[in-house]
Write a protein of this length. Structure first.
Length: 125
């Protein structure tokens, strides 16, 4: 399970970015998780909540958006999204849902991206 390592690097990135922007606290974080990463979004949220306890992200709302896998088949030319049943959880290789070809270009769904961070800035009165 890579969830813990991912949660740690997400949190580090969030805090780094927030410090750069002189944040007082982190309000909300939106994370896009591609289906091909096979990461469990709920576990990531849970770990982020635990890991962030002593940081400026304590109490932040973590939102995970799952990104479907999109492929272009080099065999038959199929171009589109894979259904959730098209990926074997034990051998997560995307294949063409139309002809079964494993030679596909993955256009979307293989990355984990911190999409948006909402921060509260220190007010200087
Ligand atoms: Zn195909």
């Amino acid at each position: 399970m890579h969830e813990l390592a991912m949660a740690e690097s997400i949190l580090n990135a969030v805090i780094e970015k927030s410090e750069e922007n002189h944040a007082n606290e982190v309000i909300e974080v939106i994370i896009e998780i591609g289906k091909m990463t096979m990461l469990n979004g709920e576990q990531i949220i849970f770990m982020l909540e635990v890991l962030s306890e002593d940081t400026m992200a304590n109490g932040a709302k973590f939102i995970v958006e799952e990104i479907p896998i999109e492929v272009k088949c080099l065999g038959c030319g199929f171009d589109g999204k894979l259904g959730s049943d098209d990926l074997d959880p034990y051998t997560p290789l995307p294949k063409c849902p139309k002809c079964g070809n494993l030679k596909v270009n993955v256009k979307n769904g293989k990355d984990l991206i911190v999409k948006n961070i909402v921060i509260d800035k220190q007010s200087k009165l």
